[in-house]
Design a protein around this ligand. Structure first.
Ligand SMILES: [Zn+2]
Ligand SMILES: [Zn+2]
Length: 297
């Protein structure tokens, strides 16, 4: 896990984040994702500076191992001087050595956040799920932690005041907020009450707006007027076999073998591509995340 540097904002990794959500559903299946309906509770990973460092770190690690359902995994937590915030050695297990930056000795309340990321590495390692490239893999790790209910701790570790800033993980605060909001929309959870950091709360509200935006794109029935108008125009072009002006939109038209017009778009929940016939109002069920989508194609 990286450490330091100026805090990046916005959504520079959004495509990878969405690909990570799709990959999670594919690898875990709908039922396993649903088994993570309850997030890590703040009290379960609370750690104050008067708690014993090693006993406390082991206790929080055990709690996270339990959350990720890794019954036989054992985390051995140590501290040392290092440039990174934390690191885990990915071996065959069942013991995994996690190193935390020495500064967590005096920032104990963020140990849960650091471990939420490192245990997600162990979880993905055991699933044999990875993305090519270190950066992509770290984004997969943060997205996994957040979507499965532990990563809100990483967002809450984001704090800024006039003189200093701190952020853990590879996603921007808004991207953490976005994944957390996608989770809260699926599970009906309200994480906003858990934040101790005002900046984390703000990032969550921004991410929530972006996640709601995914639900308002054509051909979804809930799309706004401007989007629907553009969709109708693009569909007319496609029906006339003319190129669509801006094909980079959230949907693509194409023909099926029988010549009928199809539209493909990303599922607003899991971002798998869904392909349906263009024939007015249809109700579609995403085969991957089972979300029922009311569409006007
Ligand atoms: Zn990492
Ligand atoms: Zn889906």
């Amino acid at each position: 896990m990286a450490n330091g540097g100026p805090v990046e904002h916005g959504y520079p990794h959004l495509e990878t984040v969405r690909a990570a959500v799709t990959a999670l559903y594919r690898r875990l299946s709908y039922d396993t994702v649903r088994a993570f309906s309850v997030s890590v509770a703040p009290a379960d990973v609370a750690f104050c500076d008067t708690d014993d460092l090693y006993l406390g770190a082991q206790r929080v690690a055990r709690e996270l191992v339990r959350h990720y359902r890794l019954p036989d995994a054992r985390l051995i937590v140590g501290f040392r001087e290092m440039t990174h915030a934390a690191n885990v050695e990915l071996t065959a297990g069942p013991e995994y050595f996690v190193e935390l930056n020495d500064r967590f000795r005096t920032h104990r309340r963020d140990i849960g956040a650091a471990l939420a990321h490192e245990v997600a590495h162990v979880y993905l390692h055991r699933l044999d799920l990875s993305f090519p490239g270190t950066r992509e893999n770290e984004i997969l790790t943060d997205t996994t932690a957040t979507y499965l209910g532990a990563g809100w701790l990483l967002l809450d570790a984001f704090r800024e005041d006039g003189a200093s800033s701190q952020k853990l993980g590879y996603l921007t605060p808004e991207e953490f907020g976005y994944v957390l909001a996608k989770r809260s929309l699926v599970f009906g959870e309200d994480p906003s009450v858990w934040f101790t950091s005002a900046q984390a709360y703000t990032a969550y509200t921004k991410g929530l707006a972006a996640a709601r935006g995914d639900l308002e794109r054509p051909p979804l029935l809930s799309a706004g007027w401007v989007g629907r108008r553009r969709y109708a125009r693009d569909r007319r072009h496609a029906q006339d076999h003319r190129p669509v002006a801006e094909p980079a939109g959230p949907y693509d038209f194409g023909s099926a073998e029988d010549g009928s017009l199809r539209v493909s778009f990303a599922c607003p929940t899991c971002h798998q591509r869904i392909r349906v016939e263009v024939r007015g109002r249809v109700r579609v069920r995403c085969g991957l995340c089972r979300t029922v989508l009311e569409c006007d194609t």
